[in-house]
Write a protein that binds this ligand. Sequence first.
Ligand code: ADP
Ligand code: MG
Length: 173
Amino acid sequence: MKDLSMHILDIVENSVKAGATQVVVDLNYHDDVLEMTIRDNGCGMDTETVKKVLDPYSTSRTTRKVGLGLPFLKMNAEQTGGAVQVESEPGRGTLVSATFVTTHIDCVPQGDIPATLALLITGHPDINFRIRIAKSTGSFEISSEEIKEVLDGVPVSHPRVNVFIRNMLKEEI
Ligand SMILES: Nc1ncnc2c1ncn2[C@@H]1O[C@H](COP(=O)(O)OP(=O)(O)O)[C@@H](O)[C@H]1O
Ligand SMILES: [Mg+2]
Protein backbone atom coordinates (compact mmCIF):
# COMPACT_ATOMS: atom_id res chain seq x y z
CA MET A 1 0.00 0.00 0.00
CA LYS A 2 1.32 3.37 -0.96
CA ASP A 3 1.45 6.26 1.47
CA LEU A 4 1.16 9.94 0.59
CA SER A 5 4.92 10.52 0.74
CA MET A 6 5.42 7.81 -1.87
CA HIS A 7 2.88 9.49 -4.10
CA ILE A 8 4.86 12.73 -3.81
CA LEU A 9 8.03 10.83 -4.70
CA ASP A 10 6.27 9.33 -7.71
CA ILE A 11 4.91 12.59 -9.07
CA VAL A 12 8.18 14.45 -8.61
CA GLU A 13 10.13 11.63 -10.24
CA ASN A 14 7.82 12.08 -13.24
CA SER A 15 8.88 15.74 -13.32
CA VAL A 16 12.53 14.70 -13.14
CA LYS A 17 12.04 12.25 -16.03
CA ALA A 18 10.33 15.04 -17.97
CA GLY A 19 13.54 17.08 -17.75
CA ALA A 20 12.25 19.71 -15.36
CA THR A 21 14.73 22.22 -13.95
CA GLN A 22 12.15 23.70 -11.58
CA VAL A 23 9.71 21.84 -9.39
CA VAL A 24 7.29 23.47 -6.96
CA VAL A 25 5.70 21.30 -4.29
CA ASP A 26 2.73 22.84 -2.48
CA LEU A 27 1.25 21.13 0.55
CA ASN A 28 -1.89 22.80 1.71
CA TYR A 29 -3.47 21.54 4.91
CA HIS A 30 -6.90 23.01 5.56
CA ASP A 31 -9.41 21.41 7.93
CA ASP A 32 -9.36 17.72 7.13
CA VAL A 33 -8.16 18.13 3.54
CA LEU A 34 -4.61 17.87 2.28
CA GLU A 35 -4.14 19.38 -1.13
CA MET A 36 -0.81 18.60 -2.77
CA THR A 37 0.17 20.35 -5.96
CA ILE A 38 3.31 19.64 -7.94
CA ARG A 39 4.22 21.95 -10.77
CA ASP A 40 7.14 21.50 -13.14
CA ASN A 41 8.67 23.11 -16.21
CA GLY A 42 9.41 19.78 -17.90
CA CYS A 43 8.48 18.57 -21.38
CA GLY A 44 4.73 18.48 -20.68
CA MET A 45 2.09 16.31 -22.36
CA ASP A 46 -0.54 16.82 -25.02
CA THR A 47 -4.24 16.60 -24.14
CA GLU A 48 -4.58 13.05 -25.36
CA THR A 49 -1.66 11.85 -23.23
CA VAL A 50 -3.06 13.59 -20.16
CA LYS A 51 -6.32 11.66 -20.59
CA LYS A 52 -4.46 8.40 -21.07
CA VAL A 53 -2.16 8.69 -18.07
CA LEU A 54 -5.07 8.92 -15.66
CA ASP A 55 -6.74 5.82 -17.02
CA PRO A 56 -4.44 2.82 -17.45
CA TYR A 57 -7.10 0.91 -19.39
CA SER A 58 -7.83 3.45 -22.10
CA THR A 59 -4.84 2.47 -24.18
CA SER A 60 -4.24 -0.56 -26.39
CA ARG A 61 -0.78 -0.67 -24.88
CA THR A 62 1.13 -1.87 -27.91
CA THR A 63 4.06 0.53 -27.94
CA ARG A 64 4.93 0.89 -24.31
CA LYS A 65 3.88 -0.01 -20.85
CA VAL A 66 1.78 2.67 -19.22
CA GLY A 67 2.78 3.37 -15.66
CA LEU A 68 0.50 3.15 -12.67
CA GLY A 69 1.77 6.11 -10.68
CA LEU A 70 -0.99 8.55 -11.64
CA PRO A 71 -3.90 6.05 -11.76
CA PHE A 72 -2.89 4.90 -8.27
CA LEU A 73 -2.80 8.46 -7.03
CA LYS A 74 -6.26 9.05 -8.52
CA MET A 75 -7.65 5.92 -6.91
CA ASN A 76 -6.21 6.73 -3.48
CA ALA A 77 -7.45 10.33 -3.63
CA GLU A 78 -10.93 9.48 -4.88
CA GLN A 79 -11.50 6.78 -2.29
CA THR A 80 -11.27 9.49 0.38
CA GLY A 81 -13.69 11.77 -1.47
CA GLY A 82 -10.83 13.75 -3.01
CA ALA A 83 -9.75 14.14 -6.62
CA VAL A 84 -6.80 14.43 -8.98
CA GLN A 85 -6.31 17.06 -11.61
CA VAL A 86 -3.63 17.10 -14.30
CA GLU A 87 -2.94 20.14 -16.47
CA SER A 88 -0.16 20.07 -18.98
CA GLU A 89 1.17 21.82 -22.03
CA PRO A 90 3.84 20.37 -24.33
CA GLY A 91 7.07 22.29 -23.98
CA ARG A 92 5.80 24.28 -20.99
CA GLY A 93 5.28 21.93 -18.09
CA THR A 94 2.81 20.05 -15.97
CA LEU A 95 0.68 20.57 -12.90
CA VAL A 96 -0.56 17.63 -10.87
CA SER A 97 -2.92 18.38 -8.03
CA ALA A 98 -4.39 15.83 -5.63
CA THR A 99 -6.75 16.31 -2.71
CA PHE A 100 -7.14 13.83 0.12
CA VAL A 101 -9.69 13.90 2.92
CA THR A 102 -7.22 12.83 5.58
CA THR A 103 -9.84 11.92 8.18
CA HIS A 104 -11.53 9.48 5.80
CA ILE A 105 -11.18 5.88 6.92
CA ASP A 106 -9.80 4.92 3.50
CA CYS A 107 -7.07 7.56 3.45
CA VAL A 108 -3.60 6.02 3.26
CA PRO A 109 -1.12 7.20 5.92
CA GLN A 110 0.99 10.31 5.27
CA GLY A 111 4.28 8.45 5.52
CA ASP A 112 7.50 10.37 6.03
CA ILE A 113 6.95 13.45 3.89
CA PRO A 114 9.94 15.41 5.32
CA ALA A 115 12.32 12.52 4.54
CA THR A 116 10.92 12.16 1.03
CA LEU A 117 11.26 15.87 0.25
CA ALA A 118 14.78 15.96 1.71
CA LEU A 119 15.72 12.98 -0.45
CA LEU A 120 14.36 14.66 -3.57
CA ILE A 121 16.14 17.97 -2.91
CA THR A 122 19.51 16.41 -2.05
CA GLY A 123 19.23 13.71 -4.72
CA HIS A 124 18.64 16.22 -7.52
CA PRO A 125 21.06 19.07 -6.86
CA ASP A 126 20.60 20.48 -10.37
CA ILE A 127 16.85 20.91 -9.98
CA ASN A 128 15.57 23.99 -8.24
CA PHE A 129 12.89 22.86 -5.83
CA ARG A 130 10.50 25.14 -4.03
CA ILE A 131 8.55 23.63 -1.14
CA ARG A 132 5.56 25.47 0.29
CA ILE A 133 3.65 24.25 3.29
CA ALA A 134 0.46 26.02 4.27
CA LYS A 135 -1.57 25.32 7.40
CA SER A 136 -4.23 27.21 9.29
CA THR A 137 -1.49 28.27 11.72
CA GLY A 138 0.70 29.79 9.04
CA SER A 139 2.86 29.00 6.06
CA PHE A 140 6.45 28.08 5.34
CA GLU A 141 8.50 28.17 2.18
CA ILE A 142 11.99 26.98 1.27
CA SER A 143 13.85 26.51 -2.01
CA SER A 144 16.98 24.71 -3.18
CA GLU A 145 18.45 28.12 -3.98
CA GLU A 146 17.93 29.37 -0.43
CA ILE A 147 19.35 26.15 1.00
CA LYS A 148 22.45 26.49 -1.21
CA GLU A 149 22.94 30.05 0.02
CA VAL A 150 22.84 28.93 3.64
CA LEU A 151 25.23 26.05 2.89
CA ASP A 152 27.81 28.46 1.56
CA GLY A 153 29.67 26.01 -0.68
CA VAL A 154 28.87 22.74 1.10
CA PRO A 155 27.35 20.45 -1.58
CA VAL A 156 23.62 19.77 -1.30
CA SER A 157 24.44 16.07 -1.66
CA HIS A 158 26.29 16.08 1.69
CA PRO A 159 24.55 13.60 4.06
CA ARG A 160 24.29 16.22 6.83
CA VAL A 161 22.32 18.45 4.49
CA ASN A 162 19.69 15.74 4.15
CA VAL A 163 19.27 15.62 7.94
CA PHE A 164 19.18 19.41 8.11
CA ILE A 165 16.38 19.69 5.52
CA ARG A 166 14.44 16.81 7.03
CA ASN A 167 14.50 18.31 10.51
CA MET A 168 13.52 21.72 9.22
CA LEU A 169 10.52 20.29 7.35
CA LYS A 170 9.53 18.08 10.28
CA GLU A 171 8.76 21.18 12.30
CA GLU A 172 6.42 22.45 9.60
CA ILE A 173 4.52 19.31 8.57
N1 ADP B 1 5.23 15.78 -14.98
C1 ADP B 1 5.16 15.11 -16.14
N2 ADP B 1 5.68 15.65 -17.28
C2 ADP B 1 5.62 14.99 -18.45
N3 ADP B 1 5.06 13.77 -18.60
C3 ADP B 1 4.55 13.17 -17.53
C4 ADP B 1 4.56 13.81 -16.24
N4 ADP B 1 3.95 12.99 -15.34
C5 ADP B 1 3.59 11.90 -16.03
N5 ADP B 1 3.95 11.99 -17.34
C6 ADP B 1 3.72 10.98 -18.40
O1 ADP B 1 2.75 10.08 -17.91
C7 ADP B 1 3.28 8.75 -17.88
C8 ADP B 1 2.67 7.96 -16.77
O2 ADP B 1 3.13 8.40 -15.49
P1 ADP B 1 2.99 7.43 -14.26
O3 ADP B 1 1.55 7.07 -14.10
O4 ADP B 1 3.65 8.07 -13.09
O5 ADP B 1 3.76 6.13 -14.68
P2 ADP B 1 5.33 5.92 -15.01
O6 ADP B 1 6.07 7.03 -14.34
O7 ADP B 1 5.64 4.59 -14.40
O8 ADP B 1 5.46 5.92 -16.51
C9 ADP B 1 4.78 8.95 -17.82
O9 ADP B 1 5.48 7.85 -18.33
C10 ADP B 1 4.97 10.20 -18.68
O10 ADP B 1 4.97 9.86 -20.04
MG1 MG C 1 5.69 7.79 -12.42
